[in-house]
Design a protein around this ligand. Structure first.
Ligand SMILES: [Fe+2]
Length: 323
């Protein structure tokens, strides 16, 4: 992984991305399912492939990505041709899909809890999935990786064995989530910035689990008029927009200083007594970052809460190893 994708050299979870042909994927996924059923060590396989994509400037439905040249691809292409785009657009509040993805796997595989900035219509084709959903306001209880970590937008907590000593507020999530079990023909809308942990369930007869999703732009009230450079920050700032604002703070500091200096600057911003030496480059960054936050949170107590929330939510026990 190049420094551009991991500028702070953070430790990264051992998830491997491997390219392979679909028949090879299917064989390996079914082998792994057999091993798991026999109680033998197995690796979880999960295919994620973009089928359709549309540039923001383009109108109408998204277009196929790649040639769909193999026998399997031709079948997928024929299925796509039958999508009822007018109905989908209606379901998506009159907006056009930007991307359609295919997900294939077997029981035992999962997507770690994360959020996406787009609206998401998630449709189950074959087999069963369990989806845990959490409102964006639970952000501090889910400890996302920092913006400049390769697993940005993903929770640092292992849902299978949560480390409550490192992530104490995770226990506050009990009773706060929604659970959906999706079977063939079911669809679920996942709004922007909503957390989702997706798990593939045992699925008779053959264990195969297949879904597709459509990502589409959030409603216009969500961002404001971006073309006019006007991101609308509600006051008080809450939920998804609070998450986006906190991301902007991290980006702002990383650009003005460096990604590795973000936690140090956040900590200085939160403590009036701890200021960098006058005239140093960080002194200016701290001043500008405080001014940025003050435009949305005029109350100093709220400002302190925001600094603490970002620092403790994203950087607790995490040390950049370079910059
Ligand atoms: Fe997602």
């Amino acid at each position: 992984m190049g420094p551009g994708k991991n500028p702070c050299n953070y430790e990264v979870n051992p998830i491997k991305r491997v390219e392979m042909r679909f028949p090879d994927f299917r064989r390996r996924a079914m082998d792994s399912l057999r091993c798991e059923r026999a109680g033998e060590p197995s690796e979880a396989f999960y295919l994620q492939n973009t089928l359709l994509h549309r540039e923001e400037s383009e109108e109408g439905p998204p277009r196929p990505v790649g040639s769909f040249g193999t026998a399997c691809g031709q079948q997928v292409g024929a299925d796509i041709a039958n999508f009822r785009w007018s109905w989908l657009k209606q379901m998506m509040g009159g907006r056009n899909a930007q991307m359609c993805q295919l997900f294939c796997g077997v029981a035992g595989g999962f997507s770690p809890c994360h959020y996406d900035p787009q609206d998401n219509l998630f449709a189950q084709v074959r087999g069963y999935k369990r989806v845990l959903l959490f409102h964006p306001r639970h952000w501090p209880r889910l400890y996302p990786w920092p913006v400049h970590h390769p697993q940005d937008r993903q929770s640092r907590v292992d849902f299978e064995g949560p480390d409550l000593a490192s992530f104490p507020r995770f226990s506050e999530l009990r009773g706060c989530g929604l659970e959906a079990v999706l079977g063939p023909g079911d669809a679920l809308r996942i709004p922007p910035c909503w957390w989702h942990h997706v798990e593939m369930l045992p699925s008779p007869p053959d264990g195969e689990v297949v879904s597709i999703n459509f990502w589409y732009p959030p409603p216009s009230w969500f961002y404001g008029d971006l073309a006019a450079g006007d991101m609308a920050w509600d006051k008080p700032l809450f939920g998804a927009k609070r998450v986006l604002f906190q991301r902007c703070i991290e980006d702002f500091i990383a650009q003005a200083a460096s990604p590795a200096e973000v936690p140090e600057v956040l900590s200085m911003c939160g403590e009036q007594s701890r200021l960098p030496p006058p005239g140093s480059h960080l002194a200016e960054v701290v001043q500008d970052a405080r001014a940025f936050v003050a435009t949305v949170f005029p109350d100093p107590a709220e400002q302190r809460a925001v600094w603490a929330e970002v620092l403790q939510g994203r950087f607790l026990g995490l040390a950049p190893r370079g910059g």
